[in-house]
Ligand binder design. Structure first.
Ligand code: NAP
Length: 247
């Protein structure tokens, strides 16, 4: 067995990805920040479908907590084969002129520093250069990196732009070391993240304006992530799959 670590897997896209990767045969590490009840429910759901999982608490923006999480994975005695950097946050819809440094830094800490730290620890364990068996990383970005999210959360969009650059740069850095690094860019997906922006019904409000005239489901994003991690995508690195209904 091999481990797949999914950050922010207690709900939404991370949860759907964790459930699917468990079906694909991984031992799934379900990372969460606060909600142990929700994370434990994901672990139990995986066990109920015959899979293996463990819940790991860590704020991905906190270096010490990330290090402790990866040390806990090392003690499982199975190699880390896959990382899904998924834990992401956004705040109340706002214009740039109203953003505070504290808010901008909080978004960047989770959405950018968190992705970097988890990539760093994963590469240390996966790289052929360091005696690892190789692996695959998927960074969950957003269509916002292309669209900019004006009037809503340009700070969040900019953090996803950084995720795209991280994906390109790291994919090239480790391409010859047995590690593939790719990204997915979801559009409007039905999850709780929109409530954080102050508009729980955002997907339904905007859905009609999308080419496909509907929002997406977390499971539709999970399918792309699972494919990018799989051997079926063995020659794919530094690539992005847009899951945004045509936008
Ligand atoms: P969500 O429903 O709000 O879930 C976020 C998850 O991340 C939760 O499990 C949460 O855990 C965890 N989390 C938040 N901050 C964390 C931190 N610092 N450390 C560890 N875990 C943390 O979000 P989602 O919609 O599924 O989004 C997942 C990813 O997809 C994000 O990167 C988001 O930017 C991206 N995305 C989403 C959409 C969309 O329309 N939904 C579109 C494009 C991109 P706790 O509950 O324990 O705090």
């Amino acid at each position: 067995m091999a481990i797949a670590l999914v950050t922010g897997a207690s709900r939404g896209i991370g949860k759907a990805t964790a459930l699917l990767l468990a079906k694909a045969g991984y031992t799934v590490a379900v990372n969460y920040r606060h909600n142990i009840v929700a994370a434990t429910a994901v672990v139990n759901a995986i066990a109920a479908q015959g899979g293996k999982a463990l819940a790991l608490r860590a704020d991905v923006g906190d270096e010490a907590q990330v290090m402790a999480m990866f040390s806990a994975l090392d003690r499982e005695g199975e190699p880390l084969a896959s990382l899904v950097n998924n834990a992401g946050i956004l705040f109340q819809q706002s214009r740039v002129e109203d953003l505070t440094a504290a808010r901008i830094n909080q978004v960047l800490s989770t959405n950018v520093t968190g992705y970097f730290l988890c990539c760093r620890e994963a590469v240390k364990r996966m790289s052929h250069r360091r005696g690892g068996q190789g692996g695959a990383i998927v960074n969950v970005s957003s269509a916002a990196s292309r669209l900019g999210s004006p009037g809503e959360y340009v700070d969040y969009a900019a953090s996803k732009g950084a995720v795209d650059s991280l994906t390109i740069g790291l994919s090239l850095e480790v391409a010859a070391e047995g590690i593939r690094v790719n990204g997915v860019r979801p559009g409007l997906i039905y999850t709780d993240i929109h409530a954080s922006g102050g508009e729980p019904g955002r997907v339904d409000r905007v859905a009609a304006s999308l080419p496909m005239q509907r929002g997406g489901q977390p499971e539709e994003v999970a399918e792309a992530i699972a494919w990018l991690l799989s051997d079926s995508a063995s020659y794919v690195t530094g690539s992005f799959i847009d899951l945004a209904g045509g936008k």
